[in-house]
Design a binder for this molecule. Structure first.
Ligand SMILES: *[C@@H]1O[C@H](CO)[C@@H](O)[C@H](O)[C@H]1NC(C)=O
Ligand SMILES: *[C@@H]1O[C@H](CO)[C@@H](O)[C@H](O)[C@H]1NC(C)=O
Ligand SMILES: *[C@@H]1O[C@H](CO)[C@@H](O)[C@H](O)[C@H]1NC(C)=O
Ligand SMILES: *[C@@H]1O[C@H](CO)[C@@H](O)[C@H](O)[C@H]1NC(C)=O
Length: 528
């Protein structure tokens, strides 16, 4: 009986990493062996208490000391995974993995156990959180043995390489946060094949190339892709994504702002800051009724503002600064009921409604606005505005509708059995860093306005061991409650709050390239 049986009607594509259990006689004190005359036996685990069981992986051989007793096979698999991981660690300045010894993996720092979903009486590793560990190393294939893991948080370490293919095994993985590490290469395709994944945080790494189309077909709630090296255009199925938060800032995306974004009715925050988008704004943008934060600054967006922006009734923060927009800013934008911060400096706007000057915060300098201070020279304006913008030249039209409507639902993801609903008191708060670390001012800001989402129809509630958003975290800085009396002073020129891709608890990101544009909303400093 495989422990994945019963998860759902769909075939679980189980993938075993290259693991051989080798049996041979050897001295029990010899923990690591690199040679064996016996041929390796692959296949099911063979219990034999008189012999040593060895895990062979790519030539390295990890021994399991026969004197170790494991509560169940899940914990034993976890032991193999964690020991392989420990082997792959080159630097651990806070000694986080120092106590990763012995069979009681639930006691390891950063490792959290909870009742197995398919066998409630058995403990299993349900979460890993070594955020801010400053650990250097790589992720070994054996991590694919953590079959039951739901949370994998390794933000702010120095892991390099890629996400192993064996992560395909992690069919319950719900949150993957590998931000602020040194991962490289193309988008880790394995993550779009994880049926339970809802929160994906890849920011502050060196991923490059394009975002695969499947990213936008998956049932993600939040996508943090910012501060990588992605280039390429966004695919036309962009709008199929049901995310509430999409942060693509500080990459090198190009081309159109996809018109399909009009379908993203759940979208709450969209941050495309500092890329190379070069097109007009699609009129469909006005369909984003739930959008509260839109930041398109530091791109090359051209043309006039679609009137439909005046229909973004939830919008609180709008940043269009540092683009090549022109024309008029109409009053129905500046009188949007919830808008409290509108930045549109460094464009070529030639007219603004007086209502804009009454906003709580706005920035309009370096435009072509007569009578306003700090505008571009008449010559600059004339030169730019004499070239008419023809949006059709950017070829950004919505493609013909596909015959089959896009499904945002997880037709092939196994429905998870209901979880024990009792709150897990003994589970340590997964957001807080491991004890040897100094407590950060605020926990990793990984939960923007997530739980506000109503889950999609066929999505069963998140695992109960997923902790609630930390209460000490100030509610997402990007979702200030409009009804709330503003307790924070409005900043005159900056957004009242930094966009959520600013990770307050991240250490300063890798040094920016010498001539990198820094937007005012890219403040990386921790909050006061
Ligand atoms: C980690 O362990 C080493 C060796 O035991 C010790 O010298 C060092 O001070 C420890 N570092 C921390 C941060 O505890
Ligand atoms: C696990 O840790 C707890 C508390 O630190 C300790 O009491 C217990 O003995 C440990 N269990 C094992 C098997 O090491
Ligand atoms: C979007 O907003 C509408 C009302 O403005 C609300 O009823 C709906 O629940 C929101 N949807 C999401 C996914 O937040
Ligand atoms: C908002 O703040 C002002 C001054 O700080 C105060 O006078 C007013 O009563 C507050 N309103 C609410 C609704 O709390």
């Amino acid at each position: 009986m495989h422990h994945f049986a019963g998860h759902g009607s769909c075939q679980n594509k189980l993938f075993y990493p290259v693991i051989f259990l080798i049996l041979f006689n050897a001295s029990p004190t010899n923990q690591i062996s690199d040679s064996s005359d016996d041929p390796p036996h692959s296949g099911p685990e063979i219990e034999n208490s008189n012999r040593r069981k060895l895990l062979s992986y790519n030539g390295d051989i990890l021994a399991i000391n026969p004197s170790l007793a494991f509560e169940n096979f899940r914990l034993k698999n976890a032991y193999i995974a964690l020991q392989a991981w420990k082997e792959a660690i080159l630097s651990d300045p806070y000694n986080i993995t120092e106590n990763w010894i012995g069979s009681n993996v639930c006691n390891y720092t950063g490792v959290f156990c909870w009742h197995s979903i398919d066998e409630a009486s058995e403990l299993t590793v349900a979460g890993i959180d070594i955020n801010h560990g400053d650990i250097a190393g790589k992720l070994p294939h054996e991590l694919g043995l953590l079959y039951d893991i739901a949370l994998f948080h390794i933000n702010s370490n120095r892991f390099c390489g890629t996400i192993p293919e064996s992560f395909l095994n992690l069919q319950l993985l719900f949150e993957l946060d590998v931000s602020n590490n040194r991962f490289v290469g193309k988008f880790p395709d394995v993550v779009v094949q994880l049926p339970a994944l809802r929160f994906l945080d890849l920011r502050f790494n060196e991923f490059e190339g394009e975002l695969p189309r499947q990213v936008f077909e998956r049932n993600f709630d939040a996508l943090f892709i910012n501060n990588n090296r992605f280039s390429s255009e966004l695919p036309d199925n962009f709008g199929n994504s049901p995310v509430s938060v999409m942060v693509l800032a500080n990459n090198n995306f190009q081309g159109c702002i996809p018109a399909s974004l009009g379908k993203m009715t759940k979208l709450n925050e969209l941050l495309l800051i500092n890329n190379n988008f070069h097109s007009c704004l699609p009129n469909e943008i006005g369909m984003l009724k739930n959008l509260t934060v839109l930041d398109l600054s530091y791109n090359q967006i051209v043309g006039t503002l679609p009137e439909s922006i005046g229909e973004l009734e939830s919008l609180e923060q709008l940043n269009l600064g540092h683009n090549m927009l022109s024309g008029k800013i109409s009053s129905n934008i500046c009188t949007l009921p919830n808008l409290n911060n509108f930045v549109y400096d460094h464009n070529y706007f030639s007219e603004e409604s007086p209502a804009c000057l009454n906003l709580q915060a706005f920035a309009d300098q370096e435009n072509c606005l007569r009578g306003r201070p700090r505008q571009r020279s008449a010559l600059d304006c004339q030169r730019f505005l004499s070239n008419e913008v023809d949006c059709s030249t950017y070829k950004c039209a919505l493609p013909p509708p596909s015959p089959t409507p896009p499904t945002t639902c997880c037709t092939c993801s196994p429905p998870l059995p209901p979880l024990p609903s009792a709150s897990p008191p003994q589970l340590p708060p997964i957001e807080s860093p491991p004890s040897p670390l100094p407590p950060p001012l605020s926990p990793p800001n990984y939960f923007p306005p997530l739980p506000a989402l109503s889950p999609p129809p066929c999505f069963t509630p998140p695992p109960t061991f997923s902790p609630p958003p930390p209460s000490i975290a100030p509610s997402s800085p990007l979702s200030p409650s409009p009804n709330q009396n503003s307790s924070s002073p409005p900043a005159p020129n900056l957004p009242a709050a930094p966009p959520s891709f600013v990770e307050p608890s991240l250490p300063p990101p890798p040094p920016p390239c010498a001539n990198q544009k820094i937007s005012p909303s890219q403040d990386m400093s921790p909050p006061p």
